[in-house]
Design a protein around this ligand. Structure first.
Ligand code: AMP
Length: 544
């Protein structure tokens, strides 16, 4: 027997309509290349999003067109989030930091019809435009006075186009499984793979993100998404922030500039900010040097790679900011787990608390997890056993977009192999120990590079670091600590190695330390261990 409840589809337009009716006055603040600080309201944003939908019709976009963006976090990108998806089309957010060949591949693979771009990315597009024959034209996200000089074909100005469109547009109802946005994720091998979100998964993820034991979002929040809008829909904040009636603060092209971020936090009263650890390292350093504060900030959501203990403690102890350590991935919309206290962990202190807060956290309702051994047998949640982490749930991809064959990342029961190795404790807190490919195997035993990096990062001389497994003639692999430091190198190696004593098992301690000017990062700001291992290919442990 079916229940007698309305069969209302879960559509992104309902987020916008709810926001416009209930939070229409709420401010959206952006830095853009043509505005030092642009301000308008949610109501104005929604009206302009409808203009975008009208514009797409006038441009002759097909009903399920992929519409690409190469853009920073700002109000125009937000309008495209809603204007494109709510008209039934697919917003394809492209990471402008990708190599030209990857851009060509994904623009062609997605068959993007139009590309909306920030003028800052003009030369990036000029380099690839000739090789993207399916693109009908390029729309610069700026006003007429700031149009770039460019050879891009069929070029238009966003503001000029929107001027002649109407605010009136009734976003249609359609199947909630209709695709809404597309984000390509780069694996370590092969071409990037497209994760195709739908309206249903996006709305459900949005509810999940807002939950008290996730980001705990409310109408009193002012959210600063530092994570780019081209990376997994900026972790869902452009949707969830609008839904709850939070103020939205977009840093535009200044997202890697700590001083601007601190200005935005203080002047706009940000209560929550989200981003990868590489964004927070320079911000904390800037705060230390300048003596400035971030008093309004209540919490930061940090994920994308492991958040070091030292960072969690510095935010907590120096700035009274709670770090919400989270884990997820592009394939998971992205949020899987968040570390928030429960009635047991709230009692922890000292070393037990430290060991606990570096964990990535508990799964959101709607995300099911398990860890398995090499034979795909499930392992216990005892906080000790570790294995391949598999997931399934309401906002997790069922396959990649446009592959010739189903991907082998899903098993026969529909579980998705995340490529991460983890342990899970009895209360469901997940601890990621490594990417499967980054695990260090020494004499047949596993060593967690993340644990070692965590210890090293809490040494005051270490600005950034990575631990990689390097070939060892006796042990097969041994850990090598690669450090970025401003401190004199004299005697530092011995100090650093001694620093591990008592913090990890003796045989985990790295065999050597080397210094680099900087570490290679991926297009999404994570340390690229693949590239680092390439750079170190000639390395040999001393005496081997
Ligand atoms: P992406 O799809 O680019 O966001 O990358 C997802 C991957 O980032 C995950 O599979 C993990 O390997 C890594 N990752 C994300 N969050 C964390 C975290 N909090 N700790 C450790 N690794 C993380």
């Amino acid at each position: 027997m079916h229940g007698l409840m309305m069969d209302t589809p879960l559509l992104i337009k309902n987020i916008a309509q709810h926001a416009e009716r209930n939070h229409g006055f709420r401010e959206i603040v952006s830095i853009t290349s043509d505005h030092e600080r642009h301000r308008y309201t949610v109501a104005e944003s929604c009206a302009r999003a409808r203009r975008v939908s009208n514009l797409l019709n006038r441009l002759g976009c097909s009903p399920d067109a992929r519409v690409a963006t190469l853009a920073w976090n700002d109000f125009r990108h937000l309008e495209l989030y809603y204007g494109v998806s709510c008209s039934g089309r697919v917003l394809h957010t492209i990471n402008p930091r990708l190599f030209a060949e990857q851009l060509v591949y994904i623009i062609n693979h997605a068959a993007d019809e139009w590309v909306f771009f920030d003028p800052a990315f003009t030369s990036v597009l000029e380099e690839v435009a000739e090789k993207c024959p399916l693109v009908k034209g390029y729309i610069a996200l700026t006003s007429a006075a700031h149009m770039p000089q460019t050879t891009l074909p069929n070029l238009h100005c966003y503001e000029t186009l929107l001027e002649s469109e109407s605010d009136a547009y009734v976003w249609p109802d359609f199947d909630e499984r209709t695709a809404s946005s597309l984000c390509y994720t780069s694996g370590t091998t092969g071409n990037p793979k497209g994760v195709l979100y739908n309206h249903r998964s996006t709305v459900l993820h949005c509810y999940g993100l807002a939950l008290p034991d996730a980001a705990s979002l409310s109408a009193m929040d002012a959210i600063l998404p530092v994570v780019p809008m081209f990376h997994v829909n900026a972790w869902g904040y452009p949707y969830a922030g609008m839904m709850v009636g939070a103020k939205l603060i977009f840093p535009g092209h200044k997202l890697a500039d700590p001083e601007t971020l601190v200005d935005l936090i203080n002047e706009e009263g940000a209560t929550l900010a989200g981003g990868v650890p590489t964004v927070w390292l320079p911000l904390l350093e800037y705060l230390r040097k300048s003596g400035r504060t971030i008093a309004s900030l209540d919490r930061t959501v940090i994920g994308g790679s492991a958040c070091p203990l030292a960072m969690i403690e510095e935010f907590r102890d120096q700035h009274q900011v709670t770090v919400l350590h989270g884990w997820g991935m592009t394939e998971m919309s992205p949020l899987g787990v968040v570390n928030r206290v429960n009635s047991k962990t709230s009692e922890l202190s000292g070393a037990a608390l430290q060991a606990h807060i570096v964990k990535q956290g508990r799964p959101l309702p709607g995300v099911d997890l398990k860890i398995v051994d090499e034979n795909n047998a499930e392992l216990p949640w005892d906080g000790v056993s570790f294995g391949a982490l598999k997931v399934r749930g309401l906002w997790i991809c069922s396959d990649y977009y446009g592959l010739d064959h189903p991907s082998d990342a899903h098993d026969a029961d529909g579980w998705f192999d995340t490529g991460d190795v983890a342990m899970i404790d009895a209360q469901g807190y997940v601890k990621i120990t490594d990417r499967t490919k980054d695990v260090i195997k020494s004499g047949g035993e596993w060593i967690s590079s993340i644990d070692l990096e965590n210890v090293a990062m809490s040494h005051p001389a270490v600005r950034e670091c990575a631990v990689v497994g390097m070939h060892h003639p006796k042990w097969q692999e041994r850990p090598l600590l690669v450090v970025v430091t401003d401190a004199p190198h004299d005697g530092l190696r011995e100090q650093l190695l001694a620093f591990f004593d008592g913090q990890v098992a003796k045989w985990w301690i790295p065999d050597d330390v080397i210094y680099v000017e900087q570490l290679p990062h991926t297009a999404t700001g994570k340390i690229s261990k693949l590239e680092l291992r390439g750079q170190l290919s000639a390395y040999q442990f001393p005496g081997t």
